[in-house]
Design a protein around this ligand. Structure first.
Ligand code: F6P
Length: 361
């Protein structure tokens, strides 16, 4: 009997279930005597030995289901080496669970922090395979993460809906898009939704440039505008501050709940235009995965099962040039994949007249 542990960790997203189903289906095809142990609520289940012995039926009918049948939680990497309130050594506890259950391998569906912990467990001698989850698409070592395209679709739909009301009322609308510290989601949803201005963390903005872009549209007879703002967007001024200074500034800024509201207020003050801010928030992580993600997840899951069969441990399954591939976990850990401001997609967007809020005003 071969036992494989599996957990979903960090913020949820669409296609987690589709990915687990992919791993399970391929494993059940390969082996008659495989048992999958599902840890509940991410690494928490591994630390505190909360698990379920999964049955093949558990993976039936979940291809299209959002969320995760195992539950998830955020267990910050920086706290992994810190003992819990009962003085439990979490890393030792995870190793103990792994050994007690006689696991052949642990499969971790997770984003940046989760893959960092997966790498830590690898360093501790466990067999680990990572699967690239996140709507942010910011994982190093893979072109694509599952969940991303589904979130792009939802954010695009939000921008589409805003378009009609913005046009009817001749307003400036800001749609704040998730993405943590990177702009992949905003860039893609912004382009797909026909945004006029796209602000992403990788290209710090200047409010004067945004105002100039809005005035240009007004001059051209366009009486409404759509701005897609990444939640991590940053002004040129703030980008020049040290981490400490920025933290202090954010803490003292009790006026605006997020960067979008600050930009909105600045635009109203400088132009007199009527501005509204919409924040779709966690909607972007919910609901059924899109067709692209279902296929991607199934492929990634099957590839993970193949890696188990071939005993290829210590990697994150990845997508490179549309082929399923793998990247060593120690290369993934602690690195962020950001949008390259010099990438051709940025140039193409600029050619379409999209402003990134950094053009000379
Ligand atoms: O990493 C996914 C993500 O949705 C980010 O885009 C966002 O910044 C964050 O998670 C929100 O986290 P939480 O669900 O803990 O509020």
């Amino acid at each position: 009997m071969m036992r494989i542990g599996m957990l979903t960790s960090g913020g949820d997203c669409q296609s987690l279930n589709a990915t687990m189903r992919g791993v399970a289906k391929a494993l059940y095809e390969m082996y008659d005597d495989v048992e999958i142990i599902g840890f509940e609520d991410g690494y928490k289940g591994l630390i505190y030995m909360n698990y379920r012995i999964m049955q093949p039926e558990d993976f039936s009918g979940i291809l299209t289901e959002g969320g995760t049948i195992l539950g998830t939680s955020r267990q910050p990497f920086k706290l992994m080496r810190v003992h819990d309130e009962n003085d439990l050594d979490k890393v030792e506890a995870m190793k103990h669970t792994y050994k007690k259950l006689r696991l052949e391998c642990l499969v971790v569906l997770g984003g940046n922090g989760s893959q960092k912990t997966a790498n830590l467990l690898r360093e501790e001698g466990l067999n680990v395979i990572g699967l690239p989850k996140t709507i942010d698409n910011d994982l190093w070592g893979t072109d694509m993460t599952f969940g991303f395209q589904s979130a792009v679709d939802i954010a695009t739909n939000a921008i589409d809906c805003i378009h009609t009301t913005a046009a009817s009322h001749s307003r400036v609308f800001i749609v704040e898009v998730m993405g943590h510290r990177v702009g992949w989601l905003t860039l893609n949803a912004g382009m797909a939704g026909g945004a006029d201005i796209i602000l992403i963390p990788e290209i710090p903005y200047d409010i004067n440039s945004i105002v100039a872009a809005l005035k240009k549209r007004e001059k051209a007879g366009k009486d409404f505008s759509i701005i897609a703002v990444a939640e991590g967007a940053i002004s040129k001024e703030d980008a020049g501050l040290s981490k400490k200074e920025l933290k202090k500034k954010k803490e003292s800024n009790l006026v605006y709940p997020s960067v979008s509201y600050e930009i909105g207020a600045q635009i109203e003050e400088r132009t007199g235009l009527e501005v509204r801010v919409t924040v779709p928030g966690h909607m972007q992580r919910g609901g059924a995965p899109c067709a692209y993600d279902r296929v991607l997840s199934s492929r990634l899951g099957a590839a993970a099962a193949k890696m188990i069969r071939d005993k290829e441990y210590g990697y994150m399954v990845a997508v490179k040039s549309r082929e399923i591939s793998k990247t060593p976990l120690d290369e993934v850990a602690g690195r962020l994949k950001m949008v390259d401001p010099e990438a051709s997609i940025i140039e193409e967007a600029r050619l379409l007249g999209i402003s990134f809020g950094d053009e000379p005003a």
